[in-house]
Design a protein around this ligand. Structure first.
Ligand code: ACO
Length: 399
C-alpha cells in the first residue's frame, strides 16, 4: 500500500477514495480486526479472552502501553486513576453556563475541550511526562465530567467521586446517587458496565479515532484531539446506533407489530427501513462483541425481574434474520449495538446518555492511538488531496 502511495506521488496522481474505503491512514499495532472471520484483538489478545478475564482498567493499560500489566503495575495504574477523579471546582461554573436541556454528549465534548484551559501544564505532545499526566487526567476525570453532564441534564446536584469505589461503581454512583443518601451500586450493573466499556475500548481507524489522529497530526494536544473525537462520535451514523435499535424495538412493541411482519417490511426496504443493530462496514460475520453483549443483556434484564418484552422481540428478530436468505446473502449479522441499548436502559440510563457511555469506553483507544501517532517516525500532518470539480478560470466583470 505504501508503494502505491509512492507511485501515485511520482506520477502526480491522487487516489479518489470517498469514505476512505481503501485508504490506510496509519500503521498501527493497537487493534486487529478481521471482518470476514469476525475477529477482534487488542494488542493481539482476542476480545473474548479479555472480556472473560480482564477488566476495563487493565484493558486500558494494555491498549495504552502495549502489554498486560503485572499485578503491581495494575495496582499502581488503578490507584492513579482513582486519585485523579476530582475535577477543578471551577468546572461547576462552566457547567452552570449550559442550558438545562443541553445534550450530555455536547456538554462532554465541550468540557473535554475545556480541559486544555484547566490543565494547561500537560499540553506538550512531545514531552512523555506531560503525555502521561494528560492520559491519567482523561481516564480519571472524563467519567466525572460525563456524570456531571448527566446530572446537569436531570437538574440534579452534582455528586463528587468516591475513590474507594472502582471505575464502574464510581461512575454509576455519580450518575444515580444523591448527596443526602447512601447509594448502593448494583454489582451486576457495575460488572456489565465494565464489560461494555471494555468491548468499546478500541476499534482501530473508525471515524472518531481517525479524527483524533488527524487533529493530533497538527500537534494539537491530547485534550483537543480527544474532544474532536467525541464530537465525531456524537454523529448518529457513528455513536447513535444503539439508540436507534432501542427506538426500533420500542416501536415494534408499542405498535404491536410481530417481529416477523417487521422483517418483511425490512426486506421490502419499505420507507428505507433497516434492521437497526445489524450489518457492519467491516464485519461480514457475527460481530464478536455482539455475542458477549447478548449474554450480558440477559443477566442485566434479569435484575429487573419478570419478562422483558424488548429482549424477547430482539431475540426473535435475530433468530429470524440468521435464518433468512436476505440477511445471509448480504452477510448481515448483529453488531455490538444490537443489545447494548437495552442493557443501558435496564441500568436506568436515558437514551441520550448512550453515546456518552460509548465515549467513556473509547477513551483508552483514543489515547493509545493518539500516543502511537505522536511517536510514529513517519508522522506527517494529515492533509488529504481533492479532485477539483469547480469552474475553470473566469474573470470578474470589467477585469
Ligand atoms: N437491514 C436491512 N438491510 C440492510 C442492513 C440492515 N441493517 N444493512 C445493510 N443492508 C442491506 C442494504 O440495503 C444493501 O442491500 P442491497 O445490496 O440490496 O442494496 C446491502 O445490505 C449492503 O448495505 P450497505 O449499506 O451498502 O452496507 P454498508 O457496509 O455500507 O453499511 C451499515 C453498513 C451502515 C452499518 C449498515 O449495515 C446499516 O445501516 N446498519 C444499520 C445501522 C447500524 O446498526 N449501525 C451500527 C454500525 S456499528 C457501529 O457503528 C458501532
Amino acid at each position: 500500500a505504501f508503494e502505491v502511495a509512492g507511485m501515485l506521488k511520482e506520477t502526480g496522481k491522487v487516489a479518489y477514495d470517498p469514505g476512505f474505503m481503501n485508504t490506510a491512514n496509519a500503521k498501527s499495532a493497537v487493534t486487529y480486526i478481521d471482518g470476514d472471520a469476525g475477529i477482534l484483538r487488542y494488542r493481539g489478545y482476542p476480545i473474548e479472552e479479555l472480556a472473560e478475564k480482564s477488566s476495563f482498567i487493565e484493558t486500558a493499560y494494555l491498549l495504552i502501553y502495549g502489554e498486560l500489566p503485572t499485578a503491581d503495575q495494575l495496582e499502581e495504574f488503578d490507584q492513579m486513576i482513582r486519585r485523579h477523579t476530582m475535577v477543578h471546582e471551577d468546572f461547576k461554573t462552566f457547567f452552570n453556563g449550559f442550558p438545562r436541556d443541553a445534550h450530555p454528549m455536547a456538554v462532554l465534548a465541550s468540557s473535554v475541550s475545556a480541559m486544555s484551559t484547566f490543565y494547561s501544564d500537560s499540553l506538550d505532545p512531545f514531552d512523555p511526562r506531560q503525555v502521561e499526566i494528560s492520559t491519567f487526567r482523561l481516564l480519571s476525570k472524563v467519567p466525572t465530567l460525563a456524570a456531571y453532564a448527566y446530572k446537569k441534564s436531570k437538574g440534579e446536584p452534582l455528586i463528587y467521586p468516591r475513590n474507594e469505589l472502582n471505575y464502574s461503581e464510581n461512575f454509576l454512583r455519580m450518575c444515580f446517587g444523591f448527596p443526602t443518601e447512601e447509594y448502593e451500586v448494583n454489582p451486576v450493573h457495575a460488572k456489565a458496565l465494565d464489560l461494555l466499556l471494555l468491548l468499546h475500548a478500541d476499534h482501530e481507524q473508525n471515524c472518531s479515532t481517525s479524527t483524533v489522529r488527524l487533529v493530533g497530526s497538527s500537534n494539537a494536544n491530547m485534550f483537543a484531539s480527544v474532544s474532536a473525537g467525541i464530537n465525531a462520535l456524537y454523529g448518529p451514523l457513528h455513536g447513535g446506533a444503539n439508540e436507534a435499535v432501542l427506538k426500533m424495538l420500542t416501536q415494534i412493541q408499542q405498535e404491536g407489530i410481530s417481529p416477523e411482519d417487521f422483517m418483511e417490511k425490512v426486506k421490502r426496504k419499505e420507507d428505507g427501513v433497516r434492521l437497526m443493530g445489524f450489518g457492519h462496514r467491516v464485519y461480514k460475520n457475527y460481530d464478536p462483541r455482539a455475542r458477549l453483549t447478548k449474554k450480558t443483556a440477559d443477566e442485566v434484564l434479569e435484575t429487573l425481574g419478570g419478562n422483558n418484552e424488548l429482549l424477547d422481540i430482539a431475540m426473535r428478530l435475530e433468530e429470524k434474520a440468521l435464518n433468512d436468505d436476505y440477511f445471509i446473502e448480504r452477510k448481515l449479522y448483529p453488531n455490538v449495538d444490537f443489545y447494548t441499548g437495552m442493557i443501558y436502559k435496564a441500568m436506568g440510563f436515558p437514551e441520550k446518555m448512550f453515546t456518552v457511555l460509548f465515549a467513556l469506553g473509547r477513551m483508552p483507544g483514543w489515547i493509545a492511538q493518539w500516543t502511537e501517532s505522536v511517536q510514529d517516525p513517519d508522522r506527517k500532518i494529515g492533509r488529504p488531496r481533492q479532485v477539483y470539480i469547480g469552474e475553470n478560470e473566469r474573470h470578474y466583470p470589467g477585469a
